[in-house]
Design a protein around this ligand. Structure first.
Ligand SMILES: Cc1cc2nc3c(=O)[nH]c(=O)nc-3n(C[C@H](O)[C@H](O)[C@H](O)COP(=O)(O)OP(=O)(O)OC[C@H]3O[C@@H](n4cnc5c(N)ncnc54)[C@H](O)[C@@H]3O)c2cc1C
Length: 218
């Protein structure tokens, strides 16, 4: 796998957008939630929309810190091979960055380095796994470290904006209800909203008492 620096990776991403097979799809895409699903959706949408806006309830500092929206973030996480390959395709050089930031990687098939037990049945602790070790490499960044690096790569894209600390309060729809046209958001913690610990945006949507902005999706 060829890896590049973050700078050349950014250039590659821009080139990829220009060369996109499907070309321009729309003016603005809005992604709700900046967890792994939302972040990667935003990365793909950036190839097809003029601007992509991600709205996340939690504050999103530039550091790898745990946050409330990912309560499992303190649990051990591993990035299996296919997920790592996709991340590398979307963000060239990403895996090297993770490893440089301290993420352990198991990429030599050496069984003495891993302990795996299924219901008490342990994998052998000696020898080497057969096959292409690089292709089956397992990266083990913490969840906050993984999200943090994906956010940094996304923020480097000129047409992607990530807003933390904003609750999506409501989806707006066309008069005939045929399609969603936008979202209403407000700063996290505004009384009366669907904030932390409550359900997300409701449908049909009662107008929030204090809304901030309305964005159309196109
Ligand atoms: C204990 C545990 C261990 C796991 N280990 C692994 C692992 O090792 N490897 C692996 O690949 N997967 C692992 N997973 C699974 C993985 O964490 C989930 O599949 C993944 O988080 C799902 O991402 P998502 O983006 O779909 O949703 P979520 O992670 O649920 O993200 C939703 C986001 O939307 C935000 N949000 C919600 N409502 C609003 C609103 N109204 N306005 C604005 N923002 C809002 C939330 O704050 C959150 O950031 C694990 C899960 C658990 C529970």
């Amino acid at each position: 796998m060829t890896r590049t620096t973050a700078d050349s990776a950014s250039a590659q991403q821009k080139a990829r957008r220009v060369d996109s097979e499907f070309g321009h799809v729309g003016e603005r895409a809005v992604v709700l939630g900046a967890s792994m699903g939302g972040l990667l959706a935003a990365r793909v949408l950036a190839d097809f929309f003029r601007t992509v806006t991600v709205i996340e309830r939690d504050e999103l500092p530039d550091d790898p810190v745990n946050r409330r929206g990912v309560p499992q973030g303190r649990h051990v996480h591993s990035l299996l091979a296919r997920g790592a390959q996709i991340l590398e395709e979307l963000f060239p050089g990403f895996l090297d960055e993770l490893v440089a930031a301290g993420a352990p990687v198991w990429d030599d098939g050496e069984l003495s380095k891993v302990y795996v037990s299924f219901s008490g049945h342990e994998l052998p602790r000696s020898g080497t796994v057969a096959g292409d070790h690089q292709a089956m490499a397992i990266h083990m960044p913490s969840r906050p470290l993984l999200e943090c690096h994906v956010r940094r790569r996304l923020r480097a894209l000129e047409n992607v904006t990530i807003h933390g600390g904003q609750d999506v309060a409501e989806l707006t729809a066309a008069a005939d209800g045929s399609r969603v046209t936008g979202v209403r958001r407000r700063p996290t913690g505004v009384a009366g909203g669907p904030g932390r610990g409550r359900n997300g945006p409701r449908c049909p949507y009662a107008c929030p008492s204090r809304e901030a902005w309305l964005w159309a999706t196109d």
